[in-house]
Design a protein around this ligand. Structure first.
Ligand SMILES: [Zn+2]
Ligand SMILES: [Zn+2]
Length: 152
């Protein structure tokens, strides 16, 4: 398969911010049921794709809102200042990994979700998918990613 056939893209609602990447380059994908994701999406969870920053091409300047995550890390949530769509986030402590909000993809039919995060705060009206691995919180996320990075 050639790389160009696996190019994926997405954007905010107004199109001011857009991105593209090769789907072969994604690290993993997760449903996150944490309270911050619930607030920022206005929904039961956020579905996020982990990808190295060097492997994604972002056009436009997201505005960032910074919150302190449960593990003490600083999560910067990027959104379009014009239309308000949440596009991506990253932690300051691990800024070479970007978390893309899967709902902003043009086509997400190819996406496979690896696991659920923060199932402790999942709601009955948006229960975690029981077919995949679940983490009650998110304790080892950063160390897991660091391990993955080493293999890059
Ligand atoms: Zn926009
Ligand atoms: Zn979350």
């Amino acid at each position: 398969m050639s790389d160009s056939n696996n190019s994926q893209s997405g954007s905010c609602q107004c199109g001011e911010i857009s991105y593209s990447f090769n789907q072969n380059k994604i690290i993993s994908a997760h449903h996150c049921h944490c309270k911050d994701c619930q607030r920022s999406t206005g929904s039961g969870k956020a579905t996020i794709i982990f990808i190295a920053k060097k492997n994604i091409d972002i056009k436009g300047e997201p505005k960032y809102y910074e919150v302190k995550g449960s593990s003490g890390s600083h999560v910067r949530r990027g959104f379009c200042a014009n239309c308000g769509s949440g596009i991506l986030s990253y932690t300051k402590e691990l800024s070479h990994i970007v978390f893309i909000k899967a709902g902003t993809l043009e086509d997400s039919s190819w996406l496979k979700i690896d696991s659920n995060f923060f199932t402790d705060s999942a709601h009955d009206w948006n229960k975690p998918n029981e077919d995949i691995k679940s983490f009650k919180q998110n304790p080892s996320m950063l160390s897991n990613i660091k391990t993955l990075i080493k293999s890059f």
